[in-house]
Ligand binder design. Structure first.
Ligand code: NDP
Length: 295
């Protein structure tokens, strides 16, 4: 049989970013305004700094204004809340994101809940999460990574309605919202997690597998129903002496064995990863369009 079709996240993300760039240019032409994104970083984590810089650069390329506040790792919760409140009040800011994880002494739930839900581009505000979970309700924003997974499926022509989907992982950031989004698109959804005794058996039922367990190469080809679509959210560094850095990035699915059985699969890198930032830009543009009554 033929190998799985590669779902090219880089190309699809480039399409989304181009759509956003065009949308931003039209907004500027019509009303003389552009969307603005504020990124709040607390502490000096190298990985977080890298993500924040990538987000700002992507904003610039799309024509979105970016604002940033970097607070030291020992900033108080009140200081973080003050920064959030200022951005809530700033009419040039349409999206606010607080880079996670925050230092332990800061109450993440309190900070995320303080972001205006109309500017909650990460979709972690309880009102957006709650609406995502309810029938007949529409969240203003949906978390970027899971929305990216759905866009990858839809733009690859993979049917969701009526299909069996299994989400491996139940984090607030990926697993749970991914399951909600699939369910809202009429898939029959099962979530498996670290206490599921027979994940492998359950995954084998799936037409669509979302691998988001944070366990390197855990989902094997032997777990898949032939022809299944595999969306691999995982990002793990695997030792590889043949690489300059001494490692390479691999997913939560074992690409080599999965591609022999799957019908379609996202590579790592170049699959879900590039979509996360593309959707962040899209969410920000949509926030601005709502703020200016354009959607
Ligand atoms: P978390 O560690 O927060 O969650 C992992 C989930 O997987 C948990 O719900 C856990 O279960 C479950 N899990 C762990 N072990 C198993 C197992 N043996 N079988 C079944 N389920 C298991 O991770 P995230 O959701 O934040 O991230 C998931 C992956 O996606 C990571 O590899 C991360 O690096 C990557 N990621 C990629 C992004 C991107 O932009 N591409 C963005 C965000 C994350 P339990 O709840 O029981 O502990």
């Amino acid at each position: 049989r033929a190998e799985a079709k590669l779902i090219d996240g880089k190309a699809i993300a480039a399409d989304v970013r181009e759509e956003v760039r065009v949308g931003v240019a039209q907004m500027k032409e019509k009303i003389g305004k552009v969307p603005g994104l504020a990124v709040v970083l607390v502490g000096e984590r190298k990985d977080s700094q890298t993500y924040v810089n990538a987000k700002k650069k992507a904003c610039a390329e799309a024509g979105i204004d970016s604002f940033g506040t970097d607070l030291p790792g020992d900033a108080t919760e009140e200081e973080v809340l003050k920064v959030v409140a200022d951005y809530n009040a700033d009419p040039n800011v349409h999206g606010i994101l607080v880079q996670l994880p925050m230092p332990d002494h800061i109450d993440e739930e309190r900070v995320l809940g303080a972001i205006s839900y109309e500017k909650d581009v990460d979709g972690f505000h309880p009102l957006n999460t709650g609406r995502l979970a309810q029938r007949g309700r529409e969240p203003l924003f949906v978390p970027c990574t899971p929305r990216g997974c759905i866009e990858l499926l839809e733009r690859s022509g993979i049917e969701i309605a009526g299909k069996e989907a299994v989400v491996v992982g139940r984090s607030n950031v990926v697993g749970i919202p991914a399951a909600m989004l699939l369910q809202r698109r009429d898939a029959t959804v099962t979530i498996v997690h670290s206490r599921t005794p027979n994940s492998e058996e359950i995954v084998r039922r799936a037409d669509i597998v979302i691998a988001a367990c944070g366990r390197m190469e855990m989902v094997k080809g032997s777990w898949l129903k032939p022809g299944a679509a595999v969306i691999d959210v995982g990002i793990n560094a695997k030792d590889d002496p043949s690489k300059k850095l001494g490692y390479r990035l691999v997913g939560d699915a074992d690409f080599e064995s999965c591609k022999e059985v799957a019908g379609a699969i996202t590579p790592v890198p170049g699959g879900v990863g590039p979509m996360t930032i593309a959707i962040l830009l899209k969410n920000t543009m949509e926030g601005a369009m709502r703020a200016y009554g354009m959607m």
